[in-house]
Design a protein. Sequence first.
Length: 149
Amino acid sequence: MKLNKIITTVFGTALITLPALSLAQSAVEIIEVQFQKANQFLTDEGYSLTHDPIEGQLGRDAYDNLNVNLMNDFVYAIVAVCDNNCTDINLEIYDENNHLIDSDTETDDIPILQVAPKWTGKFDIKVTMVSCSNVPCSYGLRVYGKPGE
């Protein structure tokens, strides 16, 4: 089973409880709660956080381009989540030649990419906020890695 399907299943059980979160909680706190389950699962799978956490805010149909350096001897899981005002956020990753490497454009608020770069270099991650009911919506992105097999 692909990593993104497994993580989505794990996240799904965690996110069922999100509506119970206090409305007084900040978007950052809501995002961190969502990442707690992913952190545990990915650590159990041998992954660790390889880059600084990224947070941002976007309006509906807006996007951010983020640059990350990835190494060819690692496998990466790139996960994004968004606050309670967002129901659909997408991820795409491009190599330095602007070739699409992987994407998660399903209608969900937990896009996950799994990437094993063929070379070490700069990669561009496009984060698109497809659906946002209360502009701006906040999102978080984490890059996890483990040595390739």
